[in-house]
Design a binder for this molecule. Structure first.
Ligand SMILES: [Zn+2]
Length: 212
């Protein structure tokens, strides 16, 4: 079980790198092992070359329980996200370029693409907070109350899921949405979904989340 989870994290870290969703040592991934332990990526390792044995086990306060390296510097972000979302098992933090670029523009992103709303809730940009701080971790956790994946202003994305694959998939979805919105804004300001329709879509997202 733990070995399979380690391999799953490594496979998705390589995919994040291959797809250009992070560069070099950037980004980090975590998954619950049980009620008291979390498996996380180490700091200072290139995600394209990560190995299952590089991963670290920490407790819910971030204390290292096993592993030869040190846990990611964004450990607080992962632990606060998991605490905020007991329905989630995995957290993926990446630096997808189009999502970051859109976060620099202050353009409206939410309420334009219906399937994005249905899949991940509100498409939010969490206002800038300094990387590696508890301020950032708290802001992300609060935003995850309304979404399964959020964009961090000037920084990247955070996605949660019931599996690593699901959290990875939300990362892919948010970058794809950013690409569509980027293309639309290059032509003209995209028209939002009707407000009543957006509210209905959000209710559908929330009820599907409660059923998990
Ligand atoms: Zn980051």
């Amino acid at each position: 079980m733990e070995q399979a989870l380690r391999e799953d994290i490594v496979r998705h870290c390589r995919l994040l790198h291959q797809r250009g969703y992070l560069a070099a040592n950037d980004g980090n991934v975590s998954s619950r092992l049980d009620g008291n332990r979390v498996l996380v990526t180490p700091s200072g390792v290139h995600k394209g070359f990560l190995e299952p044995g590089d991963l670290i086990v920490v407790d819910l306060k971030g204390n290292k329980l096993s592993g030869t390296r040190e846990p990611t510097g964004e450990i607080a972000l992962h632990l606060r996200a998991l605490a905020q979302r007991p329905d989630a098992t995995a957290v993926v933090h990446a630096h997808p370029p189009l999502a970051i670029a859109m976060s620099l523009t202050k353009k409206k992103l939410d309420g334009i693409l219906p399937e994005v709303t249905l899949s991940l809730g509100r498409l939010q940009v969490v206002p800038y907070a300094r990387p590696l701080t508890d301020d950032l971790a708290k802001a992300v956790a609060a935003a995850l109350e309304h979404s399964d994946a959020v964009i961090l202003e000037r920084h990247g994305t955070v996605a949660v899921g019931r599996t690593i694959a699901e959290a990875y998939g939300q990362t892919e979805r948010i970058e794809h949405a950013s690409q569509v919105l980027w293309s639309a804004y290059a032509l003209a300001a995209p028209r939002p979904v009707d407000e009543a329709e957006q509210r209905a879509l959000l209710r559908m997202y929330e009820s599907s989340r409660l059923k998990r």
